[in-house]
Design a protein around this ligand. Structure first.
Ligand code: SAM
Length: 218
C-alpha cells in the first residue's frame, strides 16, 4: 500500500462533512467530534481510494483486517470518556486510525497488534504523520501486564467474552470498552472497575467487528 500525506481542500471538506454525519448519527461529545475532525483518515488509504476515506464505512487495510468505520471509532472513543493524560491500552492497532483519535483526545496510548505486517507499517506511519504512541506486537487479549494499570482499555476486535485478565489491568474507576458476541455480531460492552473486586457492566448497541484472536479470545 502506497500512502501519500497531502491534505487538500477536498479532503478537508470531506472531513467536516463526516463530523456532521457523526453528529446526526448521535455522537455528542465535542472533544471526540473535534478529534475525528483533525485526524486525516485518507492518510490510511492508498490514494486511489481517497474518495472512500471519509465515508462512514470500514475498509480493508491488508492481512484480512479493516479500518473501523468512523462512527464505531467515535462511539468507542465517546464511551471511554478520555481525560487529558489518561493511560490507555488499545488492543488491535490495525492501521492506527483509532490510535490517532485517542492521541488527539490527550491520551497516552499503549497499542498492541498481533499481525506483524500491520504492526510494522503502523509503527512507521504514525510518527511520520506526527503521532507518538507505544507500539507492541503480540496477543493483546491478555493485555500488557508490564505497563498496567490503565485508566482505560479499548478493544477494537470482537471478543467471545470479556477477558477477566483485562479487568485486572484497569485502575479503580477505569473503563474497559469491548465488543462481545459471536462471529456475526457483537454488543458493545463497557465495564467500569468501581473497586478492587467490583465491576459495573453495561451492554449497549450492536456492531460487527473482525474477530479478536488469541489466548483470551477466539
Ligand atoms: N482500530 C483499528 C484502526 O483504526 O485501524 C482497526 C482495528 S481492526 C477492526 C482489529 C485489529 O485487531 C486487527 O488489526 C487485528 O489484527 C487485531 N487483533 C485481533 N486480535 C488481536 C489480538 N489478540 N491482539 C492484538 N490485536 C489483535
Amino acid at each position: 500500500m502506497a500512502y501519500k500525506f497531502v491534505d487538500n481542500y477536498r479532503e478537508k471538506g470531506a472531513r467536516k462533512k463526516l463530523v456532521k454525519e457523526l453528529q446526526l448519527k448521535g455522537i455528542t461529545d465535542e472533544n471526540v467530534l473535534a478529534a475525528v475532525g483533525r485526524v486525516k483518515r485518507h492518510y490510511f488509504f492508498d490514494e486511489t481510494f481517497w474518495a472512500q476515506a471519509y465515508l462512514d464505512k470500514a475498509f480493508p487495510i491488508g492481512e484480512g483486517q479493516t479500518i473501523s468505520n468512523p462512527y464505531t471509532v467515535a462511539y468507542q472513543s465517546e464511551l471511554l470518556h478520555i481525560k487529558n493524560g489518561d493511560k490507555v491500552l488499545e488492543i488491535g492497532t490495525g492501521c492506527g486510525y483509532q490510535t490517532c483519535v485517542l492521541l488527539e483526545l490527550g491520551a497516552k496510548v499503549f497499542t498492541i497488534e498481533r499481525q506483524q505486517k500491520l504492526y510494522e507499517r503502523t509503527l512507521k506511519v504514525l510518527p511520520h504523520i506526527g503521532y507518538k504512541a507505544k507500539f507492541f506486537l503480540g496477543d493483546g487479549s491478555k493485555g500488557i501486564a508490564e505497563h498496567a494499570p490503565y485508566d482505560k482499555i479499548i478493544v477494537t476486535a470482537g471478543a467471545p467474552l470479556v477477558p477477566q485478565i483485562l479487568l485486572k489491568q484497569l485502575k479503580i474507576g477505569g473503563i474497559l470498552v469491548i465488543p462481545v458476541g459471536d462471529e456475526k455480531e457483537q454488543k458493545m460492552v463497557t465495564v467500569i472497575r468501581v473497586s478492587e473486586n467490583d465491576f459495573d457492566k453495561i451492554v449497549l448497541d450492536t456492531f460487527r467487528f473482525v474477530p479478536l484472536l488469541g489466548d483470551q479470545a477466539w
